[in-house]
Design a protein around this ligand. Structure first.
Ligand code: GUN
Length: 293
């Protein structure tokens, strides 16, 4: 078994991103600029957004955070998005999910100018991804592709089983792995909560992408010898043993699955760190206008 080391790869790619950001600054006098909107006080969202902002600073991007109380109206939020859409100094805009129940996430997602949608959630970007056209790819699937590329994992002709069909990870991942691209060219099975023979399907996979949001859901008997295991799970549990007060668990029972795998991502230290890279690369591409003019 070998580790797909998110820490190592993300640090290496951040160096490359920082070099390109420095070039933009010397050519144009401005830094790539990411704006994040955070509504409410969800513990996980607070951590993720803080990490996104911190990593922007690390690679020489400008970052701005707009925080709103949980009670903010949908209209106020949409007006702020419109203002940022119009701001020529902003390259990328993300609204951290989940949002409070009274705000429609679809309206928010569609309100973001697709040319600044560095999360890749807007229907224009998802549609273009489906058609294999230049677009912003959702950050987590993008990070996974970069990881597979970095370790030269062969995907062509392989059976990839994706577990979980979320808009953010499972659904786009299934499309990307099936595309005529590299990484890609897999035969893909997208499984979910209504799938009947899930264990059998996962056992037939050369590549497993676990994105179901349940601690240790993928167990050793479900995994074929030599499979590549990508664990997208970030399941937080409170813990008295850690400084932060919580501990992270993946969707894969790492201890028992790892000995059977050819490659596996750890949690933490795997896909989570690569998600940030996907976001930074999309923001960089937006500043460079390589996808949209
Ligand atoms: N919530 C969980 N993952 C994400 C993400 O990648 N982007 C945003 N905006 N919210 C999230």
């Amino acid at each position: 078994m070998e580790l797909l080391d998110g820490k190592f790869v993300s640090e290496k790619l951040k160096e490359e991103i920082a070099k390109e950001a420095a070039e933009i600054l010397s050519n144009t006098g401005r830094k790539p600029h990411l704006v994040a909107i955070l509504v409410g006080n969800d513990g996980g969202s607070e951590t993720y957004v803080a990490s996104k902002m911190k990593n922007c600073e690390k690679v020489g991007f400008k970052s701005s955070l707009f925080r709103y109380d949980e009670s903010v109206s949908e209209a106020e939020l949409l007006a702020k998005i419109e203002e940022i859409n119009q701001d020529g100094d902003v390259d990328g805009l993300i609204v951290q999910l989940p949002l409070p129940k009274h705000i429609d996430p679809e309206k928010v997602t569609e309100k973001i100018d697709f040319r600044k949608d560095v999360d890749g959630f807007h229907p224009v970007n998802l549609g273009r991804m489906m058609r294999n056209l230049p677009c912003f790819i959702p950050a987590t699937p993008y990070g996974i592709l970069l990881m597979l590329q970095e370790y030269k994992i062969e995907t062509s002709g392989k059976h990839c089983v994706v577990v979980g069909r979320s808009n953010i990870v499972g659904s786009p991942m299934s499309i990307l792995m099936a595309r005529n691209a590299s990484p890609g060219n897999c035969t893909v099975t997208l499984t979910h909560s209504k799938t009947k023979n899930l264990e059998e399907l996962v056992r037939s996979a050369d590549i497993v992408v676990a994105a179901i949001g349940r601690k240790n859901f993928i167990t050793a008997p479900m995994v074929k010898d030599g499979a590549v295991i990508i664990d997208v799970g970030i399941n937080r549990e409170t813990s008295a043993a850690t400084k932060s007060g919580y501990k992270l668990y993946g969707d894969v029972d790492f201890e028992n699955v790892a000995p059977k795998a050819s490659w596996i991502t750890p949690v933490p230290g795997g896909v989570g760190l690569m998600t940030i890279i996907g976001l930074l690369k999309n923001t960089l591409a937006s500043a460079q206008k390589t996808i949209y003019k």
